[in-house]
Design a binder for this molecule. Sequence first.
Ligand code: HEM
Length: 483
Amino acid sequence: QKHSKNGGKLPPGPPSIPIIGNLHQLGTLPHRSLQKLAQKYGPIMSIRLGTVTSIVVSSPQAAEQFLKTHDTNFASRPKIQASDYMSYGTKGLVFAEYGPYWRNIRKLCTLQLLSSSKAESFAGLRREEIGVSLVESLKMSAATGEVVDLSQKIGEVVEDISTRMILGRSKDDDRYDLKGLAEEVLTLAGAFNFADYVPFLGALDLQGLTRRMKKASKHFDQVLEKIIVEHEQDINHQHRDLVDVLLPLINQPMNPQDDHIYVIDRTNIKAILLDLIIASFDAATTATEWTISELLRNPRVMKKLQEELQSVVGMDRIVDEKDLVKLGYLNMVMKESLRLHPVVPFLIPRECMEGITIGGYYIPKKSRIMVNTWAIGHDQNVWSNNVEEFFPERFIERNIDLRGHDFELLPFGSGRRMCPGLHLGLTTVRLVLAQLVHCFDWKLIPHGTRPKDIDMTEIFGLSVPRANHLLVKPVHRLLGQSM
Ligand code: HEM
């Protein structure tokens, strides 16, 4: 039985060793390692990551306690080295600690940058990038029988949409590798950094992470500064992109009605932009890649989805964003994919603000909360014994949505810190998928590869993308030159 410093009974968990605690038990895929440990120690488990008490939550009932019943107490984020370096001293939204500053910035983001109407205002841009550029380039590959790197294609289209939407520029005039930078930031933010857990080792930078963070943050700052200056010098200032929405707010109070008046400066704007770039580049790409991988592994589901598209859209045109609401099976496919491959398997870490007793166990102040949504999605007790099967039909009988009300499925988190980009992210992912599945059949390579042989290796960071790129051959399946 483990106890906290004040004598409270901690949740059960594996024994830890001096200095590193349980860090050595995380392995290369911590969501899987911690699922195995939770099967032994229970859905509320305590581990020690260096000196930091961490609570791993692995069942829907336990997640509800942390994210709904006691939401406010767990609505903060721990201060980690990555947030200091890569969020301008936690001035962005993702890593900000819970309080008036976060509340104001969250309001600004949800109302002005990520609202449904703002997301809809970019429909034309999505049509150009997905419906025209992506589909046309794949049609050309289909005509020549070329193998395409589908992972790269998906990454590029999401990057193009995000870059135009947020920064108002197309990737072609971007001499900086924003995608590479965003990937680096996510890897660094997701790494179990000794500096965060064993402070005296931090100064030694044994993993080389501090060095990489300094380099990435400097590089990102140069890019953002350049983009802001370009916008400031643009005399035909029209509201076209999210930088244009943010710039007039400089030197303005964030919320004049609030007791704590925060005046927006340049670093606030850069920190918000950095959050948006990283969140939008990666999450939508990863979700789309996993879903198409599962469809290729499961020809029955692929065929059924193509039939739905054929009956709703027809074979003489590509999918329009307005069709999405009518595509019920596509929605189920998305849910099933996010169940098996939650993009951010531990959500973004939360911190306990005040010591509290939950389920008879004491959760100490400042302990780190990791909700293992991957373990919940793979739990037989929640999803029955076909849990490993990609079976979207399971959602016919289960009225479960993705908005954080159903604690069995939490790909966007839940409660106050839930993802504010859900609408925007899901619209892009569903549209890319719908086009890929409606416009093309896909041949596996090398010839003779069986669907079940498709490699599904994961790689761990703050998000968990495919380790290897997906290579396939497209075959155009719509009538004539359909647009
Ligand atoms: C399929 C796409 C996406 C997935 C699966 C996803 C998932 C998540 C998850 C799991 C969290 C943590 C929630 C928690 O701690 O409870 C989060 C937070 C966040 N997401 Fe997303 N996200 C996606 C797309 C986006 C997009 C497109 C944006 C914006 C452009 C965005 C912006 C954010 C921000 C700013 C936060 C931090 C919110 C806060 O701390 O208050 N996300 N997202």
